[in-house]
Write a protein of this length. Sequence first.
Length: 211
Amino acid sequence: MLLILAGIVGGAYLIIQTLREATAPIRNVQQANESMQTQVAQLLHPTPTIIPDPVTYIQEIRALARLETIQYRIEKVITAEQGQGLFSFLTGDRLLFVAHGIVTAGIDLEKLEPGDLRLEDGVLYVALPAPEIFVATLDNQKSYVYDRETGPLAPGTQDLETLARQAAEEEIRKAALDDGVLELAYNNAEAYLLRFFSALGYPTVYFEDLG
């Protein structure tokens, strides 16, 4: 009985080895085919390679003394379109762009002149520079094209989205101005500098009007 079992096991082993040897060329062909498919895919759809120029040219270095006192986060929906009219369903191109923007404003203390600060009878008089917007830009991670409708005969302007983005930045800036961002920036600057000058030993501070 043991001899019979041993013979069966041995025979099965020989059969398995034979099958492995017989299918080895097939597996090699499959692996070669998969490798070839991978190479063809990389050839047809290559991965972009970004190579920055190792040489850097520094154009200008400036010391900044900007006191940022307020920041707005604004959302605007911009419609950009062309070819609208009677045959807009054929030649029209229209997109809706949802813009998320950031507006930062404050006082540029670098513009302070020696005569803008004077001390009289224990009172510190300060004439601050006019408030200004330092940054008015889109948050590209949050801004996106919500919808676009292009007619079959439309030229498909490639820079339509670029035009929408440019308009969005201007609208975001305008919205902040309309809401009084500069006045708020100036008031916040006064409140901050009042505490700052007080800590320096000037308890009485008078901010002179801009005009």
